[in-house]
Design a protein around this ligand. Structure first.
Ligand SMILES: NC(=O)C1=CN([C@@H]2O[C@H](COP(=O)(O)OP(=O)(O)OC[C@H]3O[C@@H](n4cnc5c(N)ncnc54)[C@H](O)[C@@H]3O)[C@@H](O)[C@H]2O)C=CC1
Ligand SMILES: O=C(O)/C=C/C=C(\O)C(=O)O
Length: 480
C-alpha cells in the first residue's frame, strides 16, 4: 500500500483525525494506497503555516524565489520517469503521454514563472506636468489552489507556480482521485529547500477540504480548475467574501472543419483532439462539425483512424487510449453513450466498455466512440461528457456552423480547420470561446491568456494574467 501524506509547514503528516481514503489504480480497478481524509482542522493548520511563512517569503528577493523554483523544476526533470509512472498509475493515462506531456509541462510551469518574475516591470503614468502615478504590485497573502484529476501535476503546478513566484504562500488541494504526484512534489519541494509553509498541500475530499478552503477568511484568492457545478459552489461560497476567483471550468468545444482544409492534418489532429487523455481534457474537441462537401470522406477516414487506436494498459508501448479515471466516471461516460442512442444517434464506432485480460480485467476502459445523426442542440451535444466520445455533424455554411458551435452554455476553446485565413479570422472573431486554434490544437505558449467565457469560467491563467491574478495593484499618485 502506498501511503500519501499531507505537506504542512514543511512536514509530511497524516490527517489530524487519522482518517484515510482509498486510492484506486484505474487501469486495474484496484486499491493501491491511501490518502489523508483531511478536514477543516487540517486546512486550518495549513493556513496557519502559510500565514507564518508569508512575511519572509513575500520579502525574499525575486532572484532567490526564482532560484528555489528553478531547483524544483530541475528535480521534476530529474524524476521524470518516476513521476510519469506515478501519474500514469494514478490516473490511467498512457505512460508515454505522462512522460511526453504531463511531467515536462509541470517543470515548464515552474521554470516559466520562476523566470517571468525576473522580467516584471511596474506601470508608470505621467499626468502631463501635474502628477506621476506609479502602480505598485504586492502579493495577496495566503492563496488557495484547487486542481482536478485529468492533468494532475500539470494543472496543480500551473496554479502553484505563479502563486508562489508572485510572493504568496499557498494552501493547495489536488484531486482526491489523483493525489500521488502532488505528494511526490511535496517531497521534491523539501529536497529543493523551499522554506517551510510556502507551499502546503492538504489531501482529501472536495466538499470537506475544498469547501473549508473556500470558506476560510484568511485565504484571499482561489484558483480552481474543474467541473462547472463545483466552480459554482466555490463562487457561491467565496464571492460574498470578496475573494479573488479564477475559475477554469468545463467545455464542449467545437471543432470546425471546412472543405478547403489541409485534409490529412485536420484528420490526424482531430483524432488527437478527440481522444487524447481518453478525451479527458477540457480542451478536447467533442463536437466535430464538418462541411458537407467533405463530410462522407472525412467520416470514413476518421473511423478508419480511430479503429486503429489501441485501447490498452497504460504502460504498454502501443496503447493510445488508456483507462478513464474512475468507475463512477466510466459509468457517467457510458450513460451518455446510452443517452445518445435514446436521442436517435448512430454509433459509428465504439460505444462499449472494454474488458482487458489478466490484471487489467477490472480496469475502466472505454472504446473511443464516434456518434452521428444527432441535432446540435440535443443533450449529448450540450452537456460535458469528458470522455472518449465525439459527435459528427455536417454543415452547409459559415453562418450555420457558427449558430451550431455557439449554441452551448460553454465557451472554452474551439478549433477551425481552413486554408482561407480570411475565413479563419472571420469565424474566430464570432466564436464564443476564450481560446481559438486555427489549423492546430492545444498548441501552447505559456505567455498567452488561458480561460473561457460563459459557463467555462471567469478569469485568465497564464503569463502576466496569472501573475496579475495573484497580486494586488496599488496606485500611488504623486502631485508634482
Ligand atoms: N478542467 C475541467 O474542465 C474538468 C472538468 N471536469 C468535469 O467535472 C465533472 C465532475 O468531475 P469531478 O471529479 O467531480 O470534478 P470536480 O470539479 O468535483 O473536482 C475538481 C476539484 O475540485 C474539488 N472539489 C470538489 N467539490 C468541491 C467543493 N465543494 N469545494 C471546493 N473544491 C471542491 C475536488 O476535490 C477536486 O480537487 C467531470 O465529469 C467533468 O465533466 C472534471 C475535471 C476537470
Ligand atoms: O494549460 C493547458 O495547457 C491546459 C489546460 C487544461 C485544462 O485546464 C483542463 O483540461 O482542465
Amino acid at each position: 500500500m502506498e501511503v500519501i501524506q499531507n505537506y504542512i509547514g514543511g512536514e509530511l503528516m497524516p490527517a489530524k483525525s487519522g482518517a484515510t481514503l482509498e486510492n484506486i489504480e484505474p487501469a486495474k480497478g484496484k486499491i493501491y494506497g491511501t490518502i489523508p481524509d483531511s478536514d477543516a482542522t487540517d486546512v486550518q493548520s495549513a493556513v496557519e503555516a502559510a500565514e507564518a511563512a508569508f512575511p519572509a517569503w513575500s520579502k525574499t528577493p525575486r532572484e532567490e524565489r526564482s532560484r528555489l523554483m528553478l531547483k524544483v523544476a530541475e528535480l521534476i526533470d530529474q524524476n521524470l520517469d518516476r513521476l510519469a509512472a506515478a501519474e500514469s498509475k494514478d490516473n490511467g493515462k498512457p505512460l508515454k503521454l505522462a512522460k511526453r506531456v504531463d511531467i515536462p509541462r509541470a517543470s515548464a510551469n515552474f521554470r516559466f514563472f520562476a523566470t517571468a518574475i525576473l522580467h516584471e516591470s511596474s506601470d508608470f503614468h505621467q499626468t502631463d506636468e501635474e502628477a506621476i502615478n506609479m502602480t505598485l504590485r504586492s502579493p495577496l497573502g495566503v492563496v488557495g489552489c484547487i486542481s482536478p484529476w485529468n492533468l494532475p501535476l500539470y494543472l496543480f503546478t500551473w496554479k502553484i507556480a505563479p502563486a508562489i513566484a508572485a510572493g504568496n504562500t499557498v494552501v493547495a488541494k489536488p484531486s482526491e482521485v489523483t493525489p500521488m504526484t502532488a505528494y511526490l512534489l511535496s517531497e521534491l519541494c523539501i529536497e529543493a529547500g523551499l522554506p517551510k509553509g510556502v507551499l502546503n498541500i492538504v489531501h482529501g475530499l472536495g466538499p470537506k477540504v475544498g469547501q473549508a478552503m473556500s470558506e476560510h477568511p484568511k485565504i484571499k484568492a482561489i484558483s480552481f480548475t474543474g467541473g462547472t457545478a463545483t466552480g459554482k459552489q466555490i463562487a457561491a461560497t467565496a464571492a460574498p467574501m470578496f475573494k479573488k476567483l479564477s475559475l477554469e471550468l468545463g467545455g464542449k468545444n467545437p471543432n470546425i472543419i471546412f472543405a478547403d482544409c489541409d485534409f490529412d492534418k485536420a484528420l490526424a489532429t482531430t483524432v488527437h483532439s478527440s481522444f487524447a487523455n481518453q478525451g479527458q481534457i477540457c480542451l478536447c474537441g467533442s463536437r466535430i462539425f464538418i462541411e458537407r462537401a467533405i463530410y462522407d470522406k472525412f467520416k470514413t477516414a476518421f473511423i478508419e483512424k480511430v479503429k486503429s487506436l489501441k485501447v490498452g494498459p497504460p504502460e504498454a508501448e502501443d496503447t493510445k487510449v488508456g483507462a478513464v479515471v474512475s468507475e463512477p466516471h466510466m459509468n457517467k461516460v457510458l450513460s451518455y453513450i446510452e443517452l445518445a442512442k435514446e436521442e436517435g444517434g448512430t454509433i459509428l464506432f465504439g460505444g462499449e466498455r472494454v474488458v482487458l485480460e489478466g490484471d487489467f480485467q477490472s480496469g475502466y476502459y472505454i472504446q473511443p466512440t464516434i456518434i452521428e445523426g444527432l441535432s446540435y442542440d440535443c443533450r449529448t451535444n450540450q452537456e460535458e461528457i469528458f470522455g472518449p466520445v465525439v459527435t459528427l455533424t455536417p454543415f452547409d455554411s459559415e453562418e450555420e456552423v457558427l449558430i451550431m458551435a455557439n449554441t452551448s452554455q460553454y465557451g472554452l476553446s474551439s478549433t477551425i480547420w481552413t486554408t482561407d485565413l480570411n475565413r479563419a479570422n472571420r469565424v474566430a472573431k464570432q466564436i464564443q470561446a476564450g481560446i481559438v486554434w486555427v489549423n492546430t490544437w492545444l498548441f501552447r505558449d505559456l505567455r498567452t491568456p488561458f480561460g473561457g467565457v460563459k459557463n467555462s469560467g471567469v478569469g485568465r491563467e497564464g503569463g502576466w494574467a496569472a501573475l496579475d491574478f495573484f497580486t494586488e495593484k496599488k496606485n500611488v499618485c504623486i502631485k508634482l
